[in-house]
Design a protein around this ligand. Structure first.
Ligand code: V47
Length: 395
């Protein structure tokens, strides 16, 4: 036995734990995980200190085992993906967030704003895969009126009536409202009337005021993001939630972020999916920071699954994680890979080397080879059944 193997063997001999009710026995050499495992098996809520212990445990495989247990309890082997297309109507943005490589100041030669016709054409390109979702987010443009976005959505609904429109982060919604001198509720109602069906999870970043003041100081603060989500849910919108990790946040900031989301979810039940987003530093003012490692990404997926006990889904966004890590994440708590995407700008401007899109076949292969069952879903997680020429959604 080599020395590191011996060390592992001794540790596991010390603290091997059989958890009642588990189909297999849970083993860990980290004694702090034992009471956490007992709570997970008993379907009890984890508290702040326990969340912290999951981030700090050296036994990441045991943390992953627990997360996988929860994932299988909720979803068995089912693993979701969807056929979507991202549309970013403008990269012009007043916010100048240090975390971002996508946004450009007004007047910057690399700034762009799509004419409405161009945005509708972008939506149509890549339509060969019969998309079920348009995912629309963009910069906080200083001059574009709310009407531009309403017309954009109306035009999409006219041209692609069967496609779900998941559009505008809580940050964009709050910005539209301020510019149009409307309340958040009034703005949300106008967006709904135009055809917005649900909202993506972006812009949450990390709720800690200390970190937010450094990485995205001109954005709405964490409590405004949460309040906008709360209002959207109360009006009947479903949304997602994200957390940007791997920059200057602490473990405490991460747990705090997850618990704040969990509290809103207790109240509204409006979040569908949580998507942890690893920070990509390239081409941002924070490019001196290192990229996250595979184990950090995998652990983040697992801790999210364990702390967010009231979120139905945890997404391993393959564009951000790479397809290889996203595939492994399917055994560490994730049950969703996101979708075909077709054209991705936010991560690719920040140096992502992943492909811009994947086909249904490629996504299914990743899932099947992870020993899971691929299920194509629509945005609201109804299974999609396809024939050669069309698709139907089981509701
Ligand atoms: O809000 C921006 C993040 C988000 C960088 O809801 C960066 O289904 C890393 O929210 N490095 C936008 N991250 C993406 C997003 C999303 C993606 C996929 C699915 C869904 C969904 C939502 O990307 C931003 C910000 O948190 N981001 N710049 C960067 N350099």
């Amino acid at each position: 036995m080599r020395p590191h193997e011996l060390r592992y063997h001794q540790k596991s001999m010390q603290a091997e734990t059989a958890v009642p009710g588990a189909t297999q026995s849970f083993r860990t050499y980290d004694r702090k995980l034992k009471p956490i495992a007992d709570k997970v098996m008993a379907q009890q809520r984890l508290d702040f200190e326990e969340g912290l212990a999951l981030y700090r445990s050296s036994d990441v495989l045991a943390v992953g085992w627990l997360a996988n247990h929860v994932r299988e309890r909720l979803h068995g082997d089912t693993t979701y993906f969807n056929v979507n297309r991202h549309i970013n109507p403008t990269n012009v943005c007043v916010a100048a967030c240090k975390l971002c490589a996508f946004g450009r100041k007004k007047g910057d030669p690399h700034g762009y704003t799509m004419a409405l016709e161009e945005a509708w054409q972008t939506a149509a390109s890549g339509y060969s895969e019969a998309v079920t979702e348009f995912h629309i987010v963009g910069g906080l443009h200083p001059d574009l009126p709310l009407e531009y976005f309403l017309d954009l959505v109306r035009g999409l609904k006219e041209r692609f009536p069967q496609v779900h429109i998941k559009a505008f982060t809580m940050v964009e919604v709050a910005f539209f409202a301020r510019r149009a001198k409307l309340t958040i509720e009034q703005t949300l109602l106008k967006l709904r009337e135009a055809g917005v069906d649900s909202m993506p999870g972006g812009g949450a970043e990390i709720f800690s005021p200390r970190v937010r003041s450094i990485i995205c100081d001109h954005k709405i603060d964490g409590s405004e993001w949460l309040e906008t989500a709360r209002l959207a849910h109360k009006l009947g919108f479903k949304s997602n939630a994200t957390m940007l990790y791997g920059h200057i946040e602490s473990d405490e900031d991460r747990v705090d972020h997850l618990i704040k989301l969990r509290e809103v979810q207790d109240e509204t039940g409006g979040f569908q999916t949580f998507i942890p987003l690893a920070f990509h530093p390239e081409n941002t003012p924070l490019d001196h920071l290192p990229v996250t490692t595979g184990l950090t990404d995998i652990r983040q997926i697992a801790v999210s699954r364990l702390v967010l006990d009231n979120f139905p889904h945890i997404k391993a966004y393959w564009q951000m994680l790479t397809p290889k890590i996203a595939q492994i994440a399917l055994r560490f708590g994730a049950d969703d890979l996101d979708g075909t995407v077709v054209e991705e700008k936010i991560y690719h401007d920040a140096g992502a080397t992943t492909p811009q899109g994947m086909t249904r076949k490629e996504l299914s292969r990743l899932i099947t080879e992870a020993g899971r069952i691929p299920v194509e879903r629509d945005t609201l997680y109804h299974p999609v059944t396809r024939t050669e020429a069309s698709f139907t959604v089981a509701v």
